[in-house]
Design a protein around this ligand. Structure first.
Ligand SMILES: Cc1cc2nc3c(=O)[nH]c(=O)nc-3n(C[C@H](O)[C@H](O)[C@H](O)COP(=O)(O)O)c2cc1C
Length: 357
Protein backbone atom coordinates (compact mmCIF):
# COMPACT_ATOMS: atom_id res chain seq x y z
CA UNK A 1 0.00 0.00 0.00
CA UNK A 2 1.28 3.50 -0.71
CA UNK A 3 1.05 6.11 2.00
CA UNK A 4 -2.18 7.64 0.65
CA UNK A 5 -3.88 4.22 0.82
CA UNK A 6 -2.60 3.72 4.35
CA UNK A 7 -3.94 7.09 5.50
CA UNK A 8 -7.28 6.32 3.83
CA UNK A 9 -7.41 2.96 5.61
CA UNK A 10 -6.48 4.58 8.95
CA UNK A 11 -9.27 7.17 8.58
CA UNK A 12 -11.87 4.67 7.33
CA UNK A 13 -11.29 2.46 10.36
CA UNK A 14 -11.03 5.39 12.80
CA UNK A 15 -14.32 6.89 11.59
CA UNK A 16 -16.03 4.02 13.44
CA UNK A 17 -15.86 6.28 16.50
CA UNK A 18 -19.00 7.01 18.55
CA UNK A 19 -20.73 10.38 18.14
CA UNK A 20 -23.88 11.96 19.56
CA UNK A 21 -26.83 10.63 17.53
CA UNK A 22 -24.30 8.96 15.19
CA UNK A 23 -23.70 12.39 13.63
CA UNK A 24 -20.06 11.72 12.61
CA UNK A 25 -19.27 15.44 12.75
CA UNK A 26 -15.85 15.42 11.07
CA UNK A 27 -13.99 15.83 7.77
CA UNK A 28 -10.33 15.53 6.84
CA UNK A 29 -7.62 17.22 4.79
CA UNK A 30 -4.62 15.05 4.08
CA UNK A 31 -1.16 16.18 2.94
CA UNK A 32 1.94 14.01 2.47
CA UNK A 33 2.57 13.51 6.17
CA UNK A 34 -0.28 15.12 8.05
CA UNK A 35 -4.00 14.83 8.65
CA UNK A 36 -6.00 17.93 9.49
CA UNK A 37 -9.27 17.18 11.25
CA UNK A 38 -12.17 19.60 11.00
CA UNK A 39 -15.34 19.60 13.07
CA UNK A 40 -18.87 19.96 11.77
CA UNK A 41 -20.55 20.88 15.08
CA UNK A 42 -23.80 21.93 13.44
CA UNK A 43 -24.39 18.22 12.72
CA UNK A 44 -24.68 17.63 16.46
CA UNK A 45 -27.72 18.16 18.66
CA UNK A 46 -28.26 21.94 18.95
CA UNK A 47 -29.29 21.80 22.62
CA UNK A 48 -27.47 18.80 24.07
CA UNK A 49 -24.19 19.83 22.40
CA UNK A 50 -23.39 22.49 25.03
CA UNK A 51 -20.51 24.67 23.68
CA UNK A 52 -19.79 21.94 21.08
CA UNK A 53 -18.50 19.74 23.87
CA UNK A 54 -20.33 16.66 22.55
CA UNK A 55 -18.59 17.25 19.22
CA UNK A 56 -15.24 17.45 21.04
CA UNK A 57 -15.94 14.15 22.83
CA UNK A 58 -16.61 12.49 19.46
CA UNK A 59 -13.39 14.01 18.06
CA UNK A 60 -11.50 12.72 21.11
CA UNK A 61 -12.76 9.20 20.41
CA UNK A 62 -11.80 9.62 16.74
CA UNK A 63 -8.29 10.79 17.70
CA UNK A 64 -7.85 7.84 20.03
CA UNK A 65 -8.77 5.53 17.13
CA UNK A 66 -6.33 7.35 14.83
CA UNK A 67 -3.46 7.02 17.29
CA UNK A 68 -4.15 3.28 17.66
CA UNK A 69 -4.51 2.76 13.89
CA UNK A 70 -1.32 4.72 13.11
CA UNK A 71 0.56 2.42 15.48
CA UNK A 72 -1.01 -0.66 13.88
CA UNK A 73 0.49 0.45 10.52
CA UNK A 74 3.95 0.76 12.06
CA UNK A 75 3.94 4.57 12.20
CA UNK A 76 4.02 7.08 15.01
CA UNK A 77 2.22 10.40 15.26
CA UNK A 78 2.10 13.71 17.11
CA UNK A 79 -1.32 15.17 17.79
CA UNK A 80 -1.81 18.90 18.21
CA UNK A 81 -5.23 19.87 19.56
CA UNK A 82 -6.94 23.14 18.50
CA UNK A 83 -3.81 24.38 16.70
CA UNK A 84 -5.60 27.39 15.32
CA UNK A 85 -7.64 28.54 18.32
CA UNK A 86 -7.91 32.15 17.15
CA UNK A 87 -9.59 31.34 13.83
CA UNK A 88 -13.10 30.08 13.19
CA UNK A 89 -11.96 27.28 10.92
CA UNK A 90 -13.17 24.46 13.22
CA UNK A 91 -9.76 22.84 12.90
CA UNK A 92 -9.78 20.42 15.84
CA UNK A 93 -6.42 18.75 15.43
CA UNK A 94 -3.40 18.21 13.23
CA UNK A 95 -1.98 14.70 13.26
CA UNK A 96 1.60 14.59 11.99
CA UNK A 97 2.77 11.16 10.89
CA UNK A 98 6.32 9.87 11.37
CA UNK A 99 7.91 6.59 10.35
CA UNK A 100 7.98 4.21 13.27
CA UNK A 101 10.11 1.18 13.86
CA UNK A 102 7.81 -1.05 11.75
CA UNK A 103 4.65 -2.96 12.65
CA UNK A 104 4.27 -3.00 16.42
CA UNK A 105 4.67 -6.24 18.31
CA UNK A 106 2.55 -5.50 21.37
CA UNK A 107 -1.19 -6.12 21.29
CA UNK A 108 -3.19 -2.99 20.64
CA UNK A 109 -6.91 -2.29 20.38
CA UNK A 110 -7.02 -1.80 16.59
CA UNK A 111 -9.27 -4.82 15.96
CA UNK A 112 -11.79 -3.61 18.52
CA UNK A 113 -12.33 -0.29 16.67
CA UNK A 114 -14.87 -1.59 14.10
CA UNK A 115 -16.38 -4.03 16.62
CA UNK A 116 -17.16 -1.35 19.25
CA UNK A 117 -20.84 -0.47 19.40
CA UNK A 118 -23.60 0.85 21.63
CA UNK A 119 -25.65 -1.89 23.25
CA UNK A 120 -29.00 -0.60 24.57
CA UNK A 121 -30.31 -4.02 25.63
CA UNK A 122 -30.94 -4.95 29.27
CA UNK A 123 -27.75 -6.46 30.69
CA UNK A 124 -27.50 -9.52 32.91
CA UNK A 125 -27.36 -7.97 36.40
CA UNK A 126 -24.08 -9.76 37.14
CA UNK A 127 -21.20 -8.14 39.02
CA UNK A 128 -18.01 -7.45 37.06
CA UNK A 129 -15.37 -10.13 37.44
CA UNK A 130 -12.30 -8.90 39.29
CA UNK A 131 -10.14 -9.34 36.18
CA UNK A 132 -12.54 -7.31 34.04
CA UNK A 133 -12.78 -4.56 36.65
CA UNK A 134 -8.98 -4.33 36.93
CA UNK A 135 -8.53 -4.16 33.16
CA UNK A 136 -11.23 -1.46 32.79
CA UNK A 137 -9.76 0.56 35.65
CA UNK A 138 -6.31 0.36 34.05
CA UNK A 139 -7.78 1.55 30.75
CA UNK A 140 -9.55 4.41 32.54
CA UNK A 141 -6.42 5.80 34.19
CA UNK A 142 -5.94 9.56 33.88
CA UNK A 143 -5.81 11.05 30.41
CA UNK A 144 -4.23 14.45 31.08
CA UNK A 145 -6.48 15.96 33.71
CA UNK A 146 -9.48 13.77 32.85
CA UNK A 147 -10.23 10.78 35.09
CA UNK A 148 -12.70 7.92 35.15
CA UNK A 149 -14.58 6.32 38.06
CA UNK A 150 -16.55 3.04 38.23
CA UNK A 151 -19.21 2.17 40.80
CA UNK A 152 -18.05 -0.42 43.27
CA UNK A 153 -21.34 -0.82 45.04
CA UNK A 154 -24.44 -2.44 43.51
CA UNK A 155 -26.47 -0.26 45.85
CA UNK A 156 -25.79 2.75 43.63
CA UNK A 157 -27.03 1.13 40.40
CA UNK A 158 -30.76 1.64 40.94
CA UNK A 159 -30.55 5.28 41.93
CA UNK A 160 -28.04 6.04 39.15
CA UNK A 161 -30.30 4.29 36.62
CA UNK A 162 -33.19 6.51 37.73
CA UNK A 163 -31.03 9.65 37.49
CA UNK A 164 -29.87 8.77 33.96
CA UNK A 165 -33.44 8.15 32.78
CA UNK A 166 -34.51 11.68 33.79
CA UNK A 167 -33.10 12.86 30.42
CA UNK A 168 -35.38 10.40 28.57
CA UNK A 169 -38.44 11.71 30.38
CA UNK A 170 -37.58 15.35 29.60
CA UNK A 171 -36.77 14.49 26.00
CA UNK A 172 -40.31 13.14 25.59
CA UNK A 173 -42.11 15.80 27.66
CA UNK A 174 -40.53 18.96 26.22
CA UNK A 175 -41.85 19.92 22.81
CA UNK A 176 -38.52 21.22 21.40
CA UNK A 177 -36.42 18.33 22.67
CA UNK A 178 -39.08 15.87 21.53
CA UNK A 179 -38.94 17.31 17.98
CA UNK A 180 -35.14 17.23 17.88
CA UNK A 181 -34.97 13.68 19.23
CA UNK A 182 -37.44 12.22 16.72
CA UNK A 183 -35.72 14.11 13.88
CA UNK A 184 -32.57 12.05 14.59
CA UNK A 185 -34.33 8.69 14.27
CA UNK A 186 -33.68 6.58 11.20
CA UNK A 187 -36.89 4.57 10.81
CA UNK A 188 -36.19 1.85 8.23
CA UNK A 189 -33.38 -0.49 7.25
CA UNK A 190 -33.27 0.99 3.78
CA UNK A 191 -32.95 4.54 5.12
CA UNK A 192 -30.17 3.32 7.45
CA UNK A 193 -28.31 1.73 4.52
CA UNK A 194 -28.40 4.90 2.44
CA UNK A 195 -28.12 7.61 5.09
CA UNK A 196 -25.53 5.92 7.34
CA UNK A 197 -26.00 8.52 10.10
CA UNK A 198 -28.61 9.23 12.78
CA UNK A 199 -30.14 6.92 15.40
CA UNK A 200 -31.32 3.73 13.75
CA UNK A 201 -34.62 2.57 15.29
CA UNK A 202 -33.49 -1.07 15.61
CA UNK A 203 -30.53 -0.03 17.82
CA UNK A 204 -33.06 1.23 20.41
CA UNK A 205 -33.85 -2.40 21.32
CA UNK A 206 -37.61 -1.89 21.65
CA UNK A 207 -40.02 -4.82 22.06
CA UNK A 208 -42.55 -5.03 19.14
CA UNK A 209 -45.32 -3.42 21.25
CA UNK A 210 -42.92 -0.66 22.40
CA UNK A 211 -41.82 -0.05 18.79
CA UNK A 212 -45.48 0.25 17.72
CA UNK A 213 -46.03 2.84 20.46
CA UNK A 214 -42.73 4.63 19.79
CA UNK A 215 -43.70 5.22 16.14
CA UNK A 216 -46.87 6.95 17.32
CA UNK A 217 -45.13 8.99 20.02
CA UNK A 218 -43.26 10.93 17.34
CA UNK A 219 -46.48 12.94 16.85
CA UNK A 220 -46.33 15.74 19.41
CA UNK A 221 -50.12 16.22 19.91
CA UNK A 222 -50.41 12.56 20.99
CA UNK A 223 -47.22 12.69 23.06
CA UNK A 224 -48.44 15.83 24.77
CA UNK A 225 -51.75 14.20 25.79
CA UNK A 226 -50.01 11.02 26.95
CA UNK A 227 -47.53 13.05 29.00
CA UNK A 228 -50.45 14.22 31.14
CA UNK A 229 -51.31 10.56 31.72
CA UNK A 230 -47.77 9.87 32.96
CA UNK A 231 -46.57 7.93 29.89
CA UNK A 232 -43.15 9.65 29.59
CA UNK A 233 -42.55 9.04 33.29
CA UNK A 234 -43.45 5.37 32.86
CA UNK A 235 -41.10 4.96 29.86
CA UNK A 236 -38.31 6.60 31.87
CA UNK A 237 -38.86 4.24 34.79
CA UNK A 238 -38.68 1.23 32.44
CA UNK A 239 -35.44 2.66 30.97
CA UNK A 240 -34.08 3.17 34.50
CA UNK A 241 -34.58 -0.54 35.12
CA UNK A 242 -32.62 -1.37 31.95
CA UNK A 243 -29.81 1.04 32.86
CA UNK A 244 -29.44 -0.44 36.35
CA UNK A 245 -29.11 -3.96 34.91
CA UNK A 246 -25.44 -3.04 34.32
CA UNK A 247 -22.52 -4.63 36.17
CA UNK A 248 -21.18 -1.15 36.86
CA UNK A 249 -21.77 2.47 35.90
CA UNK A 250 -18.80 4.64 35.02
CA UNK A 251 -18.30 8.40 34.97
CA UNK A 252 -15.81 10.52 33.06
CA UNK A 253 -14.73 13.49 35.20
CA UNK A 254 -13.53 16.47 33.21
CA UNK A 255 -12.28 19.98 34.04
CA UNK A 256 -14.74 22.70 33.00
CA UNK A 257 -12.76 23.64 29.85
CA UNK A 258 -13.82 22.98 26.26
CA UNK A 259 -10.47 21.47 25.20
CA UNK A 260 -10.60 18.95 28.10
CA UNK A 261 -13.59 17.33 26.37
CA UNK A 262 -11.24 16.03 23.67
CA UNK A 263 -9.34 14.08 26.33
CA UNK A 264 -12.66 12.98 27.83
CA UNK A 265 -13.47 11.42 24.45
CA UNK A 266 -10.05 9.77 24.23
CA UNK A 267 -10.38 8.27 27.68
CA UNK A 268 -13.97 7.14 27.05
CA UNK A 269 -12.91 5.46 23.80
CA UNK A 270 -9.98 3.72 25.45
CA UNK A 271 -12.31 2.25 28.09
CA UNK A 272 -14.95 1.38 25.47
CA UNK A 273 -12.47 -0.40 23.19
CA UNK A 274 -11.07 -2.27 26.18
CA UNK A 275 -14.58 -3.34 27.19
CA UNK A 276 -15.21 -4.47 23.59
CA UNK A 277 -11.98 -6.48 23.67
CA UNK A 278 -13.20 -8.16 26.88
CA UNK A 279 -16.59 -9.00 25.30
CA UNK A 280 -18.46 -6.51 27.52
CA UNK A 281 -21.38 -4.31 26.45
CA UNK A 282 -21.46 -0.53 26.84
CA UNK A 283 -23.98 2.31 26.57
CA UNK A 284 -22.95 5.96 27.01
CA UNK A 285 -25.18 8.72 28.46
CA UNK A 286 -24.78 12.41 27.75
CA UNK A 287 -28.32 13.68 28.42
CA UNK A 288 -28.32 14.66 32.10
CA UNK A 289 -24.71 15.82 32.21
CA UNK A 290 -24.96 18.06 29.15
CA UNK A 291 -28.35 19.47 30.20
CA UNK A 292 -26.88 20.17 33.66
CA UNK A 293 -24.03 22.15 32.09
CA UNK A 294 -26.52 24.21 30.05
CA UNK A 295 -28.63 24.78 33.17
CA UNK A 296 -25.58 26.02 35.07
CA UNK A 297 -24.87 28.48 32.27
CA UNK A 298 -28.52 29.59 32.38
CA UNK A 299 -29.04 28.42 28.79
CA UNK A 300 -32.12 26.24 29.18
CA UNK A 301 -34.90 28.76 28.72
CA UNK A 302 -36.90 26.22 26.69
CA UNK A 303 -37.33 23.98 29.75
CA UNK A 304 -39.90 24.39 32.51
CA UNK A 305 -38.76 25.06 36.07
CA UNK A 306 -39.97 21.58 37.00
CA UNK A 307 -37.70 19.99 34.36
CA UNK A 308 -34.71 22.15 35.37
CA UNK A 309 -35.23 20.99 38.96
CA UNK A 310 -35.38 17.34 37.81
CA UNK A 311 -32.05 17.80 36.01
CA UNK A 312 -30.49 19.49 39.04
CA UNK A 313 -31.65 16.66 41.32
CA UNK A 314 -30.43 13.97 38.90
CA UNK A 315 -27.02 15.63 38.53
CA UNK A 316 -26.75 15.93 42.35
CA UNK A 317 -27.34 12.19 42.59
CA UNK A 318 -24.56 11.51 40.05
CA UNK A 319 -22.34 13.93 41.93
CA UNK A 320 -22.98 12.24 45.27
CA UNK A 321 -21.56 9.01 43.82
CA UNK A 322 -18.76 10.28 41.55
CA UNK A 323 -18.28 13.99 42.12
CA UNK A 324 -15.09 15.87 42.82
CA UNK A 325 -14.89 19.59 43.62
CA UNK A 326 -12.75 20.57 40.66
CA UNK A 327 -14.35 18.54 37.83
CA UNK A 328 -17.63 18.12 35.97
CA UNK A 329 -19.16 14.75 35.29
CA UNK A 330 -19.05 14.98 31.50
CA UNK A 331 -20.43 11.56 30.53
CA UNK A 332 -21.59 8.34 32.09
CA UNK A 333 -21.64 4.82 30.75
CA UNK A 334 -22.99 1.48 31.82
CA UNK A 335 -20.96 -1.64 31.25
CA UNK A 336 -21.94 -5.25 31.68
CA UNK A 337 -22.67 -8.69 30.31
CA UNK A 338 -25.34 -8.99 27.66
CA UNK A 339 -26.42 -10.63 24.41
CA UNK A 340 -25.25 -8.95 21.22
CA UNK A 341 -27.22 -5.90 20.01
CA UNK A 342 -30.05 -6.55 17.53
CA UNK A 343 -28.65 -3.95 15.09
CA UNK A 344 -25.65 -1.71 14.55
CA UNK A 345 -25.28 1.91 13.44
CA UNK A 346 -23.75 2.30 9.99
CA UNK A 347 -20.85 4.66 9.40
CA UNK A 348 -20.26 6.91 6.39
CA UNK A 349 -17.10 6.85 4.33
CA UNK A 350 -14.87 9.61 5.72
CA UNK A 351 -14.86 12.85 3.74
CA UNK A 352 -11.21 13.31 2.75
CA UNK A 353 -9.67 16.08 0.63
CA UNK A 354 -6.11 15.45 -0.52
CA UNK A 355 -3.98 18.58 -0.58
CA UNK A 356 -0.97 18.68 -2.91
CA UNK A 357 2.20 19.99 -1.27
C1 LIG B 1 -21.14 12.93 23.39
C2 LIG B 1 -21.96 11.66 23.22
C3 LIG B 1 -23.18 11.53 23.89
C4 LIG B 1 -23.93 10.36 23.76
N1 LIG B 1 -25.10 10.24 24.47
C5 LIG B 1 -25.82 9.09 24.38
C6 LIG B 1 -26.99 8.91 25.16
O1 LIG B 1 -27.37 9.77 25.96
N2 LIG B 1 -27.68 7.73 25.04
C7 LIG B 1 -27.26 6.74 24.19
O2 LIG B 1 -27.90 5.69 24.12
N3 LIG B 1 -26.15 6.89 23.42
C8 LIG B 1 -25.42 8.03 23.51
N4 LIG B 1 -24.28 8.17 22.76
C9 LIG B 1 -23.86 7.10 21.85
C10 LIG B 1 -24.22 7.42 20.40
O3 LIG B 1 -25.62 7.50 20.23
C11 LIG B 1 -23.62 6.33 19.49
O4 LIG B 1 -22.23 6.37 19.61
C12 LIG B 1 -23.99 6.55 18.02
O5 LIG B 1 -25.38 6.42 17.83
C13 LIG B 1 -23.26 5.56 17.12
O6 LIG B 1 -23.53 4.23 17.47
P1 LIG B 1 -22.34 3.24 17.87
O7 LIG B 1 -21.80 3.70 19.20
O8 LIG B 1 -23.01 1.89 17.95
O9 LIG B 1 -21.30 3.33 16.81
C14 LIG B 1 -23.49 9.31 22.90
C15 LIG B 1 -22.26 9.45 22.23
C16 LIG B 1 -21.50 10.60 22.38
C17 LIG B 1 -20.18 10.72 21.66
Amino acid sequence: MNSRDIVKQILTTSAHAPSGGNSQPWKFEVTANSIQIYADPEKDHPILNFRNRGTWVAHGALLENISIAVEEYGHECDIEIFPDASSRSNLTAIVTLRNGSGPHSKKNLYHSIPKRNTNRKAYRNEPLSEAHRDTLEQAGMNFGDVVCGLTKDDMDLNSLGRALAVADRIMLENRILHGLFFKEIVWTEEEERTKREGLYLKTMELEPSQEFMFKRLRHWPLMSILTHLGVAKKIASENARIYSSASAIGAVLTPDRDDAFINAGRLLQRVWLTATDLGLSVQVFGGVTFLAQSARADELSMLSRRHIKLIGDAYSKLNSVFGTKDKLISLLFRVGYSDKPTAYSSKKKPRITYIKP
